[in-house]
Design a protein around this ligand. Structure first.
Ligand SMILES: [Zn+2]
Length: 350
């Protein structure tokens, strides 16, 4: 049984020592469910290896605190160990420290000033189809209803608002096949991508301010595919581009922008994920910012906050881990940062 009365650092270590690589979260999900069911003021639901617990006090606002239980594969970095104020081990920073803080809040707050929904989910570190939050959003969207969500991914204790969207597009250049010994009978499609690359080189990325936070877009080639054989003038070349777009654009608007940039070329889209507005101007988010303190910044990478945004729930990333250490063999989390984060969240909800 998980002892939720120990301090948040020791609780993080206990959780880290239950190995939970994506797809193998059952043992940890069982422990989390058991610990939450022991708290009489929470109602607990479970779907697969995702556990959702909530208070039902009839408060004016409901906030959601979420964290994933899974980790990337272990790299000879378990069990955890403490050294110089740091807890080392797989999943310490990403993001079992955040999970431990959320569990501490659940145990410490029988009567929080806002209703709270705690979500602990599986399979964040793998493809989106397996993501537990994705599944719950599809099958039980009512479990995720809230006015505001905090995803406790590692942010080094800084509030990171929203996230940028991402899409991949293929820009097709056509040519005419010919024998390379008589190349003048053909049109070389690889040579034909020059204007595509020129437009990318000249591209000025937007730095839009959305809900008070400055984002930084990017449009870049991430792949080139072309060539038939060593003696053939190629008739086709494809440049794959990745557009990271600020959350003031929908996927459709972002696609329209890419079409405009490559006007005159055939463009097709392979995949896309929407961004999420930070929503920090909402009163409910402003109260969170005031309680936690510090200067919020924009989240540039894509995270699961976008799934909340798609459900109409403004969401931020905020957690004690250091994002730069995530997925590293030497991953660790500062015990002081865990305590700071717990204090800030208690200050917000206590
Ligand atoms: Zn994570």
């Amino acid at each position: 049984m998980l002892d939720l009365s120990q301090d948040a650092g020791a609780l993080t270590a206990a959780i880290v020592d239950v190995e939970s690589v994506s797809g193998d979260e059952k043992a940890l999900a069982d422990l989390v469910e058991e610990a939450l069911r022991a708290l009489p003021y929470l109602s607990v639901d479970r779907s697969g290896e995702t556990v959702v617990a909530r208070t039902s006090l009839g408060r004016a606002e409901r906030v959601l605190i979420a964290g994933h239980l899974d980790t990337v594969p272990v790299a000879a970095n378990l069990p955890s160990r403490v050294e110089g104020g740091r807890l080392y081990g797989c999943g310490t920073t990403d993001m079992k420290a955040g999970v431990a803080v959320a569990l501490k809040l659940a145990a410490a707050l029988p009567s929080p000033n806002r209703d709270v929904t705690y979500v602990f989910y599986d399979c964040e570190e793998v493809e989106a189809e397996r993501n537990g939050l994705n599944r719950v959003a599809r099958e039980h969207p009512e479990w995720l209803a809230a006015d505001f969500a905090v995803l406790m991914e590692p942010t080094d204790g800084v509030i990171e608002g929203g996230c940028q969207g991402t899409l991949r597009a293929e820009v097709h250049v056509a040519g005419k096949r010919a024998h390379s010994a008589r190349s003048w009978f053909g049109v070389n499609a690889i040579h034909g991508i020059e204007p595509v690359l020129a437009r990318l080189n000249a591209y000025q990325a937007r730095l839009p301010v959305v809900d008070g936070l400055e984002y930084h877009e990017g449009l870049n080639a991430v792949g080139v595919r072309g060539g038939v054989a060593g003696n053939v003038i190629p008739d086709s070349c494809v440049v794959t581009v990745n557009y990271r777009f600020a959350p003031d654009l929908t996927i459709e608007q972002a696609q329209e922008h890419v079409r405009e940039v490559f006007d005159g070329f055939e463009v097709s889209f392979t995949d896309a994920a929407p961004g999420a507005r930070p929503g920090l101007t909402d009163p409910v988010a402003a109260a969170f910012t005031a309680a936690v303190g510090g200067e919020p910044r924009a989240k540039l990478g894509w995270t699961d906050v976008a799934r909340f945004s798609a459900l109409g729930v403004p969401a931020v990333n905020y957690g004690p881990g250091d994002p730069n250490l995530a997925h590293q063999q030497g991953e660790y989390v500062s015990l002081e940062k865990i305590a700071d984060s717990e204090r800030a969240m208690l200050n917000w909800l206590g």
